[in-house]
Design a protein around this ligand. Structure first.
Ligand code: NAD
Length: 309
């Protein structure tokens, strides 16, 4: 079955919502295949009403719709949805993950996504800088929301130095307070002289305006669809920046909800998420050997696996 979260945000029109769902679903296909999960790619979007609505009724109706698909698609959280929403969905269909741990669910996927990103950063640091640990490595994190916050916690525990930026000053201040992070403005974060730039906000962080500003040697973060257009991957390569393909490094949350489908076991999900290190290292090695981009190598691995189905 296809597995992927439900996004609940405002869209200008139905076409935008449909395009977003299809683009995200395609990304999930690649993410699942590269993580070695036997799931198809799926994603759902609900156009968030601009005026008052009954959230429980809305997610119950969504659950009924998911139920009608009879298990061909399994949903979970994404931007704008919460464990509570998934619990409502669970009251009408079993085809949902990311529900409350008290009900046998795996809960919030963000800590697992952050763990996988930390492992991916470790692989990049070893490959590009020849360093075996993150001690003293400077990471600039764009967006300290769910994943960014947990990533900062992981990196701080490993001895990394942090600079953060978020549109919500309270989130940056929390990272400063808890992890000793320096705070940069939304524009400054791209040009911080550091080892790793970790995009953990929205998509398209890497574009024609931002890439020339980068002073990091590695780009490795949680955000989906980081490259505004695929050719930005070439711009990064030309600048000698090692890029960890987004869907390869941010698969920890998907690994976690996939575990819930077969019976939740946090240790197993953790062990599998730790392997993101090997995946990222292998992609970097293959790209160097073939003198090509890391995102091209990742796509090739996926397409080879899908061709065998
Ligand atoms: P979130 O909404 O909790 O956090 C995003 C943060 O980015 C927010 O704090 C927001 O204020 C901030 N932000 C928005 N625009 C910004 C900007 N221009 N500059 C700096 N900060 C900005 O979302 P999240 O769940 O942490 O996800 C972050 C990214 O990771 C998203 O792209 C998401 O698709 C991706 N992702 C998340 C998961 C997961 O497990 N949550 C899994 C895979 C991928």
């Amino acid at each position: 079955p296809a597995l992927g979260g439900c996004r609940f945000i405002e869209y200008d029109n139905e076409t935008d919502a449909l395009v977003d769902a299809l683009r995200l679903a395609r990304g999930m296909t690649y993410k699942a295949a590269l993580a070695g999960l036997n799931h198809g790619g799926g994603k759902s979007v609900i156009i968030r009403p601009r005026t008052g609505f009954n959230r429980t009724n809305l997610f119950r109706a969504f659950g009924k719709f998911i139920g009608d698909l009879r298990g061909r698609y399994i949903t979970a959280e994404d931007s704008g949805t919460s464990i509570e929403d998934m619990d409502v969905v669970r009251s009408v269909t079993e085809h949902v993950t990311g529900v409350d741990p008290a009900r046998g669910g795996s809960g919030d996927p963000s800590p697992f996504t952050a763990l996988g990103v930390r492992r991916g950063i470790e692989a990049c640091v070893r490959f590009a800088l020849g360093r075996q640990s993150l001690d003293g490595i400077h990471v600039s994190v764009q967006g300290v929301g769910h994943v960014g916050y947990h990533l900062c916690r992981e990196l701080h525990a490993a001895g990394a130095q942090l600079t953060v930026a978020d549109v919500d000053p309270l989130k940056s201040e929390r990272a400063q307070r808890e992890f000793g992070a320096s705070i940069a403005t939304l524009d400054e974060i791209f040009s911080i002289e550091c080892d790793v730039f970790a995009p953990c906000a929205l998509g398209s962080a890497l574009n024609r305006t931002t890439v020339p500003q980068l002073r990091a040697k590695i780009v490795a973060g949680a955000a989906n669809n980081q490259l505004a257009v695929p050719t930005i991957g070439e711009d990064l390569r030309q600048r000698g920046i090692l890029y960890a393909p987004d869907y390869a490094i941010n698969a920890g949350g998907l690994v976690n909800v996939a575990q819930e489908v077969i019976g939740y076991d946090a240790d197993k999900a953790r062990a599998r998420t730790m392997k993101i290190y090997d995946t990222i290292y292998e992609i970097a090695e293959r790209a160097q050997k073939a003198e090509t981009r890391t995102d091209i190598v990742a796509n090739k691995i996926v397409e080879e696996r899908l061709a065998k189905l």
